[in-house]
Design a protein around this ligand. Structure first.
Ligand code: CP
Length: 306
C-alpha cells in the first residue's frame, strides 16, 4: 500500500506527473469533479490546522468524494488512551484514505504500517510536512518555471520548521541548487539534515544570521514562523520570535523576480505591507496546496486499487 510519509517517498518523476495533474485540474476542474465519487477521506488531526485540513477536505469534495474525521485529539478516543496503530486499523474500516497530523514525529509512519488504506502525513511534530512541500513545489514551478539552478534562502526557525526539512529534501534532488540558511544560532537546521541531505547530495550551502546581507543572491525566500508549540521554554520563544520580520525596506536589494514564500500561518515574520508586492507568493501557495492534494489523493487511490 503506497502512503506518503516523507517527500522522498515520491520520485522527482512522480512529482512531475502530479504537477501535470494539478495544472490540468486548474485548467479543467469539471473533468475531475466525480473522480472520487463514493470514496471517503478521513482527516485525523491531533494538532491544530487551518490550511492543511481544510484544503484536504476541499480537495476531496472537489473530486466528488466525502470526508469524515476529527480536528483535535480530545474529540477522538486518543483522549482515552487509544494507540495510533489501533486508530489506523479502525479508520481503515470506515474510509479509503487517511490524512493524519500528529505532534509526535513518526506517528503517521506507525499509522501507515497498521492501516490497510493509504496514509498521508499531514505534518508530524518538528519532522516532516510532505504535502506542504507539494504545495511549495507547485508554487516554485509556476513562479520560476522549474526547479534547477535556483538559490533558495530559508529564514527563521530552521530547527523546528518541518516544512523547511521537507522542502530541503525535495530540492536536493534537482541540479544547480544552492541553499542559504538564515536563522538565529539556537534555531539552525538540525545536523542530520545538513549531513544526510545537503552534504550527502553535494548541495552548496551557507549559514548566516543576516538576512539583508544575502538577500541579493536569492531566487526564492522561504520565511518561517518560530514554532512556539515546540519550545520547552516560553522565555526562549519570546526572545527569538521576532528575529526576522520581512518588510519592504528589507526587500530593497532583492531580485525583481524573487519568489517570497511562507507556509503560513504567519505571526510577525512578514509585514502585511509586503502582501501587495508582486513577489509575495504565500497566498498562491495556499491555493496550490489544494490542487496538489487533489493530485495526491487521485494518485494514492489509483495505486491502492491496482
Ligand atoms: N502550512 C500549514 O501546515 O498550515 P496549517 O497549520 O494551518 O495546516
Amino acid at each position: 500500500m503506497k502512503s506518503l510519509i516523507d517527500i522522498i517517498d515520491l520520485t522527482p518523476q512522480e512529482i512531475d506527473q502530479m504537477i501535470e495533474t494539478a495544472c490540468d485540474i486548474i485548467d479543467n476542474p469539471k473533468k475531475y469533479s466525480e473522480k472520487c465519487k463514493g470514496k471517503k477521506l478521513a482527516t485525523l488531526f491531533f494538532e491544530p490546522s487551518t490550511r492543511t485540513r481544510l484544503s484536504f477536505e476541499a480537495a476531496m469534495y472537489e473530486l466528488g468524494g466525502n470526508v469524515i474525521g476529527f480536528s483535535e485529539a480530545n474529540s477522538s478516543s486518543a483522549a482515552k488512551g487509544e494507540s495510533v496503530a489501533d486508530t489506523a486499523k479502525t479508520i481503515s474500516c470506515y474510509a479509503d484514505i487517511i490524512a493524519m497530523r500528529h505532534p509526535k514525529e513518526g506517528a503517521p509512519f506507525v499509522a501507515s504500517k497498521n492501516a490497510s488504506i493509504p496514509v498521508i502525513n499531514a505534518g508530524d511534530g518538528g519532522h516532516n510536512h510532505p504535502t506542504q512541500t507539494l504545495a511549495d513545489l507547485l508554487t516554485i514551478y509556476r513562479e520560476k518555471g522549474g526547479f534547477n539552478n535556483l538559490t533558495i534562502g530559508f529564514c527563521g526557525d530552521l530547527k523546528f520548521g518541518r516544512t523547511v526539512h521537507s522542502l530541503i529534501n525535495a530540492m536536493a534532488r534537482y541540479s544547480g541548487i544552492k541553499v542559504v540558511l538564515i536563522s538565529p544560532e539556537e534555531l539552525k537546521v538540525p545536523s542530520y539534515v545538513k549531513k544526510n541531505v545537503l552534504k550527502a547530495n553535494d548541495i552548496p550551502y551557507i549559514q548566516t544570521t543576516n538576512l539583508e546581507e544575502v538577500m541579493p543572491q536569492l531566487d526564492v525566500l522561504y520565511m518561517t514562523r518560530v514554532q512556539r508549540e515546540r519550545f520547552f521554554n516560553e522565555e526562549d520563544y519570546l526572545r527569538l520570535k521576532d528575529s526576522y520580520i520581512l518588510d519592504l525596506p528589507k526587500l530593497a536589494n532583492a531580485k525583481e523576480d524573487l519568489c517570497i514564500m511562507h507556509p503560513l500561518p504567519r505571526v510577525n515574520e512578514i509585514s502585511v505591507a509586503v502582501d501587495d508586492d508582486p513577489r509575495a507568493c504565500y497566498f498562491k501557495q495556499v491555493l496550490n496546496g489544494k490542487y496538489m492534494r487533489m493530485a495526491l489523493i487521485l494518485k494514492l487511490l489509483e495505486e491502492a486499487e491496482k
